[in-house]
Design a protein around this ligand. Structure first.
Ligand code: G3H
Ligand code: ZN
Length: 306
């Protein structure tokens, strides 16, 4: 039986409290990347419509474009004005310096990503970064990544990654690094194939492996590369132990398609907010649908962290 979860989270709740509550209820937290103000407005509007918590993410490239302190200030003002639990994550952070920069700016979470390095080096660099950002803000949520799921929220010709993370490496990694949440490779992949953009193919996850990793790791789990994933697999992945789901390419596709359409409508239109308003709306629809899906509570939720 599925039911839509009802959440009483407010802007006063911490990210950890929100995650624990969602986990108890068998729901997941949506993480949506923003690269400009249009995307940010769309995510905030979707959160306001659905009244559910949301995690806004910005990778190093997205942060560089928006400005680390500027994005922090924008999200803070949205959170205060809406009284919604809107959080901010420094997504795919590949250096200690960038992690420290985000922690100092006031980000709620950091995705520490040394997954491209050999396992032992990934452990050492992640551990060092966890300690550094916790020294700045002990409440910050530190995420670590293992395995290869490819890079880039883009439209791709061929699939990337493929090898699944094992429960044993998950357990070792969590114990050795002190991370709060783990992002493993469980059949997920960054970006979308053309067939996925056309709706002809979907990503499928290894649900059994997710449950085994949850059991072994005993921390919150994050699913990266969520775009184009089968709806039912999303629901079952949350029930198996996934807490945070990252979506980016789907938003970028909606942004691009809608911007093309809006520009084509009238070549003499030069008023930015008239051109961009429909783009905000299109991206908002995508985010809202995903937020609702992640709240579709499944009765077979496991919940081992909260
Ligand atoms: O960190 C960002 C995500 O993992 C997004 O992946 O572009 O496949 O949705 P996606
Ligand atoms: Zn990612």
């Amino acid at each position: 039986m599925m039911a839509t979860g009802t959440h009483k989270s407010t802007s006063k709740d911490t990210l950890r409290q929100v995650l624990a509550r969602l986990e108890r209820e068998g729901a997941g937290l949506g993480h949506f990347n923003v690269a400009d103000h249009v995307l940010l407005k769309a995510v905030v509007a979707a959160a306001a419509d659905t009244k559910v918590p949301v995690l806004i993410g910005a990778s190093e490239g997205e942060r560089e474009f928006l400005g680390v302190r500027q994005l922090t200030a924008l999200v803070k003002s949205e959170r205060e004005e809406s009284d919604l639990p809107i959080f901010l994550n420094a997504d795919h952070t590949h250096s200690l310096a960038k992690a420290i920069e985000a922690a100092k700016a006031g980000f709620d979470a950091v995705t520490i990503d040394f997954s491209g390095l050999p396992f032992e080096e990934n452990v050492a660099r992640t551990k060092e970064t966890v300690q550094a950002i916790k020294a700045i803000n002990p409440a910050i949520l530190a995420e670590g990544e293992i395995g290869d799921i490819g890079t880039g929220s883009e439209i791709k010709e061929t699939a990337q990654g493929g090898q699944l993370s094992t429960p044993e490496e998950a357990r070792q990694f969590v114990e050795a690094t002190g991370i709060d949440n783990l992002a493993p490779a469980v059949g997920n992949m960054h970006g979308m194939l053309k067939s996925m953009v056309q709706g002809k193919a979907k990503k499928h996850l290894d649900l059994e492996r997710i449950a085994q990793i949850k059991q072994a790791a005993g921390v919150f789990l994050t699913l990266h590369g969520g775009s184009g994933t089968d709806d039912e697999h999303f629901r079952k992945a949350i029930a198996a132990g996934i807490n945070i789901i990252h979506i980016n390419t789907e938003l970028r596709v909606a942004w691009r398609e809608s911007l093309d359409k809006s520009l084509a409508r009238d070549s003499n239109e030069v008023v930015p907010y008239k051109i961009l308003r429909p783009v905000v709306d299109s991206v908002k629809q995508v985010v809202r649908a995903r937020l609702r899906l992640f709240q579709s509570v499944s009765s077979d939720a496991v919940g081992t962290v909260a």
